[in-house]
Design a protein. Sequence first.
Length: 337
Amino acid sequence: MNKDENSRRRFLKGAIGAAGLMITGAPVISSWTSSRVTPPSPLYDAKGLPTAILGKTGVRIPRVAMGLGSRFCSITSTEEALDLLNFALDNGLYYWDTAWSYDNKELGVISEERIGRVIKTRRNEVFLSTKVASRDPDEAMRQIETSLKRLQTDHLDMLKIHDVESEKDVAGITGKGNLADILIKMKEQGVTRFIGFSGHSEAIAMKSLAETGSFDSMLMAMNQWSGNTEKRQELVIPEAKVRGMGVLLMKVIRPRETVKTIDPGDLVRYALSLQGPDGIVLGMDSMQVVKSNLEILRHFKPMDEAGMSEMAMKLTPFYNHNNLPWMKPGYFDGNWA
């Protein structure tokens, strides 16, 4: 067994705890929690931005969260990316959403590594959320360990299962000793304060996972992501709210890539005006975009019924379009910049 494998197994022993979970056939026992230092209390400051309570987490968050996936990873300058993060935090955008898989291989950029350079000095100012992709328990633990190292922290605020796809996927996730059990133990052991999942695909799959009652929050693609064929907003959000889950929406701006006449600001206002969700995650790829989103949020007033209906009509051409890269089978969110 090599040095890296030894290191990973020490992490597994500490993080999983004496839960009876099996990792590559061997039970693991915890000695980690007795020596772990309690993290400092959060110092979140929305700087006057509109906020909402993220479900049963009880945490108050800005209604716009920083999406730090493909768009963020397309920023070529590291200095510019770090300036963007610090500026956003200084102006009240303290919910940061990333994932183990978010990168840009052409630029050699890894989202979590960039974020970690800010987190190491401003950890208690940020509500930090990342996602684990692998459904294999051993590989999932490796990804969680990697995320913590990249982010330069020993704890997360939210750990999500990335991209729940189907009922078959849910059956695997919720099997004994599989990914759902791992996240539950991560929460019990203090590796993360809260747990959740994200999804872009089958509404029934996300509803099924919400029905387990195990999760604190959900990040869900708006219906427009799949051409309005999956009624995620109508089917999943009510179930999540009944369970007390926090709900965030994503893929808010993507219609702009097809329907050029739509004002991105109207898309943001439309998403923020929907009943049920606590907020939205927006991809940020420049200081200009951050400043624009801050202005929209500072002056936000919900759309009236006529405005909502008009926006729905404007989105019709987008629903009939299926040729964008992220609409094709096999696309995995976060890797297309």
